[in-house]
Write a protein that binds this ligand. Structure first.
Ligand SMILES: [Ca+2]
Ligand SMILES: [Ca+2]
Length: 381
């Protein structure tokens, strides 16, 4: 399932990276004289913001792929990678294949978006039919060069026959920022990162839309908040960064998790037996989780992996909501697979595969868009 990521344009208030500290409470004198039990020692050294792993190089991307983004894991173990090339639009928008043995192949040179002449491939996921569902994010493609283009983003289906892409079929039109795409139990879910542009000091609204698989030719109602496919709304309180709902993933029980990009929080959405949303709440947050971009639930380790774009890190969220840093790098160019602004993660076997967008955002650890352009891997135990 694909989880995606986001970039935005605007000014971000720089926030110092605050390490989480374990505060030891004062204890009575007699307790201090007693030897520590092993459990006490473990508790005193546990610093959840300290990375436990180092990212390595999975594959270096060619000249045609300056901005990797979303990923779809296929049943074969191959990965389809979205490459919008937002950093340098001289390169065309592409889909690449990373085979299960990590060979890189061009999969699809995407046809033109009918409104802007250029697709913006982001979140991507394989349907049970083998077709791919893809978010075509047009927010950065204003034909007159304005920073934001609203209402032109889409969800499309890429028809796949005998393992090859054949054509692009529009499924839903009228998003502002179609971002992550996930499929479960006959429905496709799309995160909308800006439900309505901000007009003042109010929190930014974003949301999640749900469509029945097979339903096509849908034009969303405007304003988007009035469309009946909207099942959940998130609010983002960060005043400088207008980006909300982003990565999405389901756990084994069918609960949906959504990253709130600029607040760095993860929301949990629960459904009743009739499929209606019964709860939508902030599930995980931590001082050191600066943003919540692409996310992925791994059933083996029972953790949700988070691409933390701003902190240049991959975080892990346990099903009790606790956050722990898996890997983190300082500002760098991505050489040797060091993290270079991760935007998307997925887990294949015991490997966390990381897409490094390298798309600097003010306030983020990554400062420069620079060669090489890379995918990383973090090996789990
Ligand atoms: Ca780089
Ligand atoms: Ca960089």
């Amino acid at each position: 399932m694909s989880h995606r990521r986001t970039r935005w344009i605007g000014c971000w208030c720089s926030v110092a990276l605050v390490a989480s500290l374990v505060v030891l409470c004062a204890r009575p004198a007699d307790a201090q004289r007693r030897p520590k039990r092993p459990r006490d020692r473990a508790a005193s050294v546990a610093d959840p913001s300290k990375p436990t792993k180092q990212a390595q190089l999975l594959v270096e991307l060619p000249e045609s792929c300056n901005t990797p983004d979303g990923m779809a894991l296929l049943p074969s173990g191959d990965i389809i990678l979205s490459v919008p090339n937002f950093n340098d639009k001289k390169a065309p928008p592409l889909l690449m294949k990373i085979t299960k043995d990590n060979k890189l192949e061009e999969f699809y040179r995407l046809p033109k978006n009918p409104d802007t002449g250029r697709m913006g491939p982001m979140g991507i996921v394989a349907a049970p039919s083998g077709d791919l569902y893809l978010a075509d994010n047009q927010i950065f493609h204003d034909p007159d060069g304005k920073p934001m283009l609203y209402g032109k983003s889409r969800l499309v289906r890429i028809v796949v026959k005998d393992g090859k892409p054949v054509e692009v079929v529009p499924v839903v039109t009228g998003f502002n920022v179609s971002n992550a795409v996930v499929i479960r139990d006959g429905y496709v879910y799309v995160s909308e990162t800006i439900l309505a542009p901000k007009t003042g000091d109010e929190p930014l609204a974003s949301g999640v839309f749900r469509f029945k698989l097979g339903e096509e030719g849908i034009a969303l109602k405007q304003p988007l908040k009035d469309d009946p496919h909207l099942i959940a709304t998130l609010l983002t309180y960060n005043k400088e960064v207008p980006f909300g709902a982003d990565g999405m993933t389901f756990d084994a029980q069918g609960n949906l998790y959504v990253g709130n990009f600029a607040d760095g929080t993860m929301h949990k959405i629960e459904f009743g037996a009739d499929g209606k949303v019964v709860s939508n709440r902030i599930f995980a947050k931590a001082a050191f989780m600066k943003s919540c971009d692409g996310i992925w639930y791994d059933a083996r380790t029972k953790k949700i992996y988070v691409a933390d774009s701003l902190a240049n890190a991959v975080q892990m969220v346990s099903l009790d909501g606790k956050v722990q840093t898996l890997a983190q790098d300082p500002n760098n160019d991505g050489s040797n697979g060091r993290l270079d602004q991760p935007c998307e993660v997925l887990v294949r076997g015991n490997e966390v595969i990381v897409s490094n967008m390298d798309f600097p955002v003010p306030g983020g650890v990554n400062k420069t868009f620079d060669k090489p352009w890379t995918m990383s891997v973090i090996k789990l135990d």
